[in-house]
Design a protein around this ligand. Structure first.
Ligand code: WT7
Length: 656
């Protein structure tokens, strides 16, 4: 029986090998090196990960067994004991890195702070002791609701140090979203700040916490620790709320790291499905520490001279794995920036790169498209020559944005690592290794060594090259999620049963469509929920959007299907334009024609709707589900609490 797969229509052929000079200095220098690692890991995963765990991390107690795989339950480094805060801090203190910058922080108003490894260690120990003083014990859950300030990372590391489980809630989420997540995790303590700075304004946080806890809504929470950031007037409940700067004064800086079992829970992080309540993704200690450490080191070719900057928020998995744990475990210098590009300074990111001599810059396609729209003059007027590697994550990057990033930000010399992964995977799954892999714009290239990825049909059979299908992982990896907090059955159903196991082979599938090309490169086509079915052809949204964005007038595009009696679905494209272009009938016609020429008549949008903005989640992903409602003329259904800017929807409704 033939299974519905996804047709692929994008034909991107350009290839960008790393320069010989880059490869010569890199940790992994060639495709032969990559292949040797890949093959070794595939032949003996336990040997491969066991050796790395021994070499790269410090353990209080060595494991008895590398992997215990009882699908879908994986246990890594069974019987081993360690502490990730020890690996991120203490072990660097006996080396020259003791006084190396661990964290460089830049606040939006222009204040800044640098913490060496020794200083960071000291503050983490102090906060850990304060957390303990509230009666929080190993295994208890602590909610963290913070702006992008050093204390956000300090709070995470402090929890990890004493074995408390952190659950970070993005500071842009509402009181209701915060309440739902804290409740789901039964948090005992909340760590927050009075507020933070974003887009030239103060974002109040403590008042949101008050609202979330109103009427004893979450009985498990009995204390709130408040960091002073903005100095704005807030209410402090004398029995419940405590200022960090006051308690810090008398807090001891002596706090030994708790010996944690490798499989002890490290954190819960909620990911919002398009329907249903958010899933509390559970990550554990040993496998997560190792995998984020190794992926961070190889994918960013980390060297001791690097100044590494990931622009994500610590509220997302990207911030957990690649602002805090991965870089610090490696003894790297990690930059944290409170702000976002804003009308008063659209070039603020480039100021940060220039000021600190950033060498590795990691951001998202939505940000790159915004840089394109803001114009080349911003990056061009700063010195970006320190950069040597660029990265992207979050959604498929359209080749147009990739090439712009490469040319304007990377000066055509920086390899781009397009990293495909998920909250659930903990670390990079598909990614180039910058000294080895020739990159292709829009492709996350090949699996990280140790990752057995494939593209299959609904029965788990591999599909042919260049045929779209379901992106799956066929062997457990150290940083895979262990469960949905409090709902193992949901974990099994959501990730392990969409493609049923066969012949003892289990398939991890988390919702993305992809194809593999003739070179074995993976092209992620977006969420399969977003696939459009036109006259029996199942088309991924990403390829049509890429075609639209490759037109000089277009900055950003989102396409969705609209029910169509004749064809099943017809394509509706929401398009935002470069500032010098105005919407017109002619332009709509030209764009349709452009798609036809680029990928064929099958992908011709039936309708083009011009809009200034697209509805996005707070992490920058386009919410096609809402656009589908709009295109079909329906009421918006489902959860909209993760929407970045509600006014966008109103404008779309009114103006479309
Ligand atoms: C989903 C996971 C992983 C950190 C940030 C997002 C999409 C992510 C890529 C990429 C194409 C990508 C996928 C994935 N995605 N990176 N490089 N190319 N798509 O984490 O919120 O858990 O989202 O983001 O659809 O499933 P997340």
């Amino acid at each position: 029986m033939s299974q519905p797969t996804i047709e692929s229509i994008l034909h991107e052929k350009r290839s960008f090998p790393p320069s010989p000079e880059f490869s010569a200095q890199a940790r992994i220098k060639s495709m032969e090196d990559y292949q040797a690692l890949y093959d070794a890991a595939a032949a003996d995963p336990e040997g491969f990960w066991g050796d790395l765990a021994e070499k790269e991390l410090e353990w209080f107690q060595k494991w008895d067994k590398v992997l215990d795989w009882n699908p879908p339950t994986a246990k890594w480094f069974v019987g081993g004991q360690l502490n990730i805060s020890h690996n991120c801090l203490d072990r660097h203190l006996g080396t020259w890195r003791k006084n190396k910058a661990a964290l460089i922080w830049e606040g939006e108003p222009g204040d800044s702070r640098t913490l060496t490894y020794a200083q960071l260690h000291r503050e983490v120990c102090q906060m850990a002791n304060v957390i303990k003083s509230f009666g929080v014990q190993k295994g208890d859950v602590v909610g963290i609701y913070m702006p992008m300030i050093p204390e956000a990372a300090i709070a995470m590391l402090a929890c990890a140090r004493i074995g408390a489980v952190h659950t970070v809630v993005f500071g842009g989420f509402s009181a209701e979203a915060l309440r739902e997540r804290l409740k789901d995790a039964s948090a005992k303590l909340v760590i927050t700040a009075d507020g933070g700075y974003r887009k030239d304004a103060v974002v109040p946080l403590k008042p949101q916490v008050d609202k979330a806890l109103d009427d004893n809504a979450i009985p498990s929470v009995d204390n709130v620790l408040v960091v002073q950031r903005t100095g704005d007037e807030i209410t402090m409940d004398s029995g419940r709320d405590h200022w960090w700067h006051e308690l810090q004064k008398t807090a001891s800086a002596d706090c030994p790291a708790e010996a944690m079992d490798s499989e002890d829970m490290l954190f819960i992080l909620h990911t919002s499905g398009s329907t249903g309540k958010p899933k509390g993704v559970v990550h554990t200690t040993g496998g997560y520490n190792l995998y984020t450490h190794v992926t961070c080191q190889w994918t960013f070719d980390l060297q001791d001279t690097d100044v590494y900057w990931c622009t994500a928020d610590v509220g997302w998995i990207t911030g957990h794995s690649y602002i805090v744990y991965g870089p610090l475990s490696n003894g790297a210098t990690t930059v944290m920036y409170e702000g976002v590009p804003r009308p008063s300074n659209p070039g603020c990111f480039w100021d940060v790169v220039e000021k600190y001599g950033v060498t590795i810059f990691y951001t998202a396609p939505t940000a790159i498209r915004a840089f394109m729209k803001a114009g080349e003059r911003h990056p061009k007027s700063r010195n970006l020559s320190s950069l040597r590697i660029l990265g992207t994550v979050g959604e498929p990057i359209n080749p147009e944005a990739w090439v712009w990033y490469h040319r304007v930000i990377g000066g055509e010399r920086c390899p781009i690592v397009d990293t495909w992964w998920q909250t659930e995977t903990g670390g990079f799954m598909l990614t180039p290794l910058p000294g080895a892999t020739a990159t292709k714009p829009g492709s996350a290239t090949r699996p990280f060594p140790g990752i057995l990825a494939d593209v299959v049909d609904l029965e788990g059979n591999p599909v042919e090259a260049n045929q779209g299908g379901y992106l799956v992982i066929k062997h457990p990896w150290p940083s895979m999620m262990r469960t949905v907090y409090g709902d193992f059955d949901r974990f099994r159903r959501s990730y392990w049963e969409n493609i049923p196991p066969k012949d003892g082979q289990h398939f991890y599938f988390a919702g993305d469509g992809a194809r593999k090309d003739e070179d074995g490169y993976f092209w992620v086509m977006g969420r399969v929920d977003d696939v459009i079915s036109v006259s029996g052809h199942r088309l991924g949204t990403m390829e049509i959007e890429s075609a639209l964005v490759s037109h000089p007038a277009v900055t950003e595009a989102a396409v969705v299907g609209k029910p169509d009696e004749l064809r099943g679905e017809s394509i509706v494209a929401f398009v935002s334009l470069e500032s010098e272009h105005d919407p017109s009938e002619e332009l709509a016609k030209a764009l349709k024609q452009h798609v036809v020429e680029d990928i064929g008549a099958i992908a011709r949008p039936q309708e083009i709707r011009f809009t200034d903005d697209l509805p996005k989640t707070r992490s920058g992903k386009i919410m096609r589900r809402l656009l589908r409602n709009l295109a079909a003329g329906e009421e918006i259904s489902g959860d909209t609490s993760t929407l970045q800017d509600r006014s966008v929807l109103d404008k779309l409704r009114g103006g479309a």
